[in-house]
Ligand binder design. Structure first.
Ligand code: PGA
Length: 251
């Protein structure tokens, strides 16, 4: 367990497009009964149709609820989208913005991600803003410039509060996690960019999560890095025991 970090650790479980409501209820039951009074903040990011079942199962407990995306407008003719007010109404206090699967599959631009982050905070949702380079960008040594561009644009409206997730695209769902050293370098760069944009004090308080094949086996080494403040977990969050093992690792 890591005790040096001055920031409260944060772990998000990103279920992506998985589980049905019955399975989600069973998951929550197992998860809540395995909960050990952790000090880490934990949020489950679930698809919209599961929100009522999960909100009910987690009611008044310590585990937070988040949506996986939102539309920048608060209502209107946007078939298939979900709004910030709808997420808040369903019990969410968090929302993912700019996950790489949204950027890749739905053509989300940096600018749109910024508008979504602004919409989140104006609906009392904390955006967990996701950034990360592709494999080609890393090979071309563009990792730092891509992260800087993504972050600067996402923060143009100065959303507050927010948290960040560094998710190298090549590590997501591949079993090829970044090494602790690679992740620390990227996180440090993000924190330095935050300092340039928002000042040293704000940068020191912002949580930057690592995501991309994080699991109970590599969590301890990753969380021991000074600028890694938790995880955004896909695959390993689908099994409550494995997800709890990662939380245990953070304390
Ligand atoms: P993964 O997904 O843990 O399955 O790699 C992480 C994410 O996409 O948030």
């Amino acid at each position: 367990m890591r005790s040096q970090n001055p920031r409260r650790l944060l772990i998000g479980g990103n279920w992506k497009m998985n589980l049905l409501s019955r399975q989600a209820r069973d998951y929550c039951q197992a998860f809540v009964s395995g909960w050990e009074g952790f000090s880490t903040e934990v949020v489950l990011f679930v698809s919209s149709p599961l929100l009522p079942a999960v909100a009910e199962s987690l009611a008044s407990g310590p585990i937070g609820l988040g949506g996986q995306d939102l539309h920048p407008e608060s209502k209107g003719a946007f078939t298939g989208d979900v709004s910030g007010p709808q997420l808040a109404d369903a019990g969410c206090s968090w929302v993912l913005c700019g996950h790489s699967e949204r950027r890749r599959d739905h053509g989300e631009s940096d600018r749109l991600v910024g508008r979504k982050a602004a919409a989140a905070v104006s609906n009392s949702l904390t955006p967990l803003i996701c950034v990360g380079e592709t494999e080609e960008e890393r090979e071309r040594q563009e990792t730092f410039s891509v992260l800087k561009r993504q972050l600067e644009t996402a923060l143009e409206s100065r959303p507050e509060p927010f948290a960040l997730a560094y998710e190298p695209v090549w590590a997501i769902g591949t079993g090829r996690s970044a090494t602790p050293e690679m992740a620390q370098q990227a996180h440090q760069h993000l924190r330095e960019t935050l300092a340039d944009l928002l000042g040293d004090e704000a940068a020191a308080t912002k949580r930057i999560l690592y995501g991309g094949s994080a699991n109970p086996e590599n969590a301890a080494a990753l969380i021991s890095q000074p600028d890694i403040d938790g995880f955004l977990v896909g695959g390993a969050s689908l099994d409550p025991e494995r997800f709890l093992a990662m939380i245990r690792c953070c304390g």
